[in-house]
Design a protein around this ligand. Sequence first.
Ligand code: PMP
Length: 448
Amino acid sequence: MHPSADRRLSTLQRHLLPSSPPTSPATATSADSLQPSPTMASSSSSVFAAVPQGPEDPILGVTVAFNKDPSPVKVNLGVGAYRTEEGKPLVLNVVKRAEALLLHNQSRIKEYLPITGLADFNKLSAKLIFGADSPAIQDNRVATVQCLSGTGSLRVGGEFLARHYHERTIYIPNPTWGNHPKIFTLAGLTVRTYRYYDPATRGLDFQGLLEDLSSAPSGAIILLHACAHNPTGVDPTVDQWEQIRQLMRSKALLPFFDSAYQGFASGSLDKDAQSVRMFVADGGELLMAQSYAKNMGLYGERVGALSIVCGSSDVAVKVESQLKLVIRPMYSNPPLHGASIVATILNDRGMFDEWTKELKGMADRIISMRQQLFDALKTRGTPGDWSHIIKQIGMFTFTGLNSDQVAFMRQEFHIYMTSDGRISMAGLSSRTVPHLADAIDAAVTKLK
Ligand code: PMP
């Protein structure tokens, strides 16, 4: 123990135990000599002393390591958060406008929202993902609740299924966002995987996917990334989605869509919702977890929605009543501010148009980073086929770099990414592309 800590303890001892028996000079300053008694509080021990140190989150831990690195050339490509060309976080102008409007509204109150959240926000969110003319919305077959961003929506959906659905197994793609297995396991579901990515082609393992879904038990829940699959950036084509849909419906597999990147993949909100809308158009049921973290840049506001498309409006009413019973003891009701921003933007034609332009700007910058990185590797003659960088879509590129190469790039070039070789294209800029290309070139040349 540090000597000053020793001194603090002996002072503490004097304060706490004025009548404690005198200690011998040899042990007077030693905290170890304290005999714990039932009435004594000691800062050297804790009822939690046996709590083991938990590991860093595999994704957020990359940022922790990045922040500790003093290098001026360091680049963080770990976390999926959009950065400008200058490497700065971006607050959309339309979000600032909406916030200014909210601030000026003197009649605005801070009362609790209902358990289900802001009603307007829920209606507009369902319209955004399913389409304004969606038959499910027109028939009142959708139960929507505001949740704590995408993560909270997945968790509430998972808990609802664990309580009220007959099949407890959820199949998630391999690989998938690292939080998925934890969310669903803690929600009370059994997690299995289906084949998704083929490292050989750095594309979709479509045959493997179909085989695994075919052998899943009838009724099983299937987690599908609506677009911009994380971490691979590999999405099925429209034709492949159609085959997936037919197979799933024929086996009564229940789709649970995760939509964390609507508008980010292609720059078009409607195009990125196409997979989901195909499943709604057939009249079948599904779950949908929506996040506004990326597409409105509202990361820390924690704003998202869970929608359950049901077979009838009667069922939707009952489902909503049960979602309330999941939410109430978990966090009672969701926060007001982020949902008010979203509702303000989605409710106003002018603001909505401004948002879609800013969203397209973000998507286009990411697409241009893909091209620049691909060109830079080609110029360097880096061994290997890097065309997957421009074929993959959304926020991430699944580079194919192995964990040794990732460690090398961190060590030698101060480039930070997750150990599976995923890089956030949104964290790159024209200034940092050459540095990344140099690092990849060195890594694949030195460590085959
Ligand atoms: N699903 C996927 C696939 C994601 O990539 C993310 C964000 N990284 C989320 C859900 C949830 O994010 P949030 O809770 O911040 O909305």
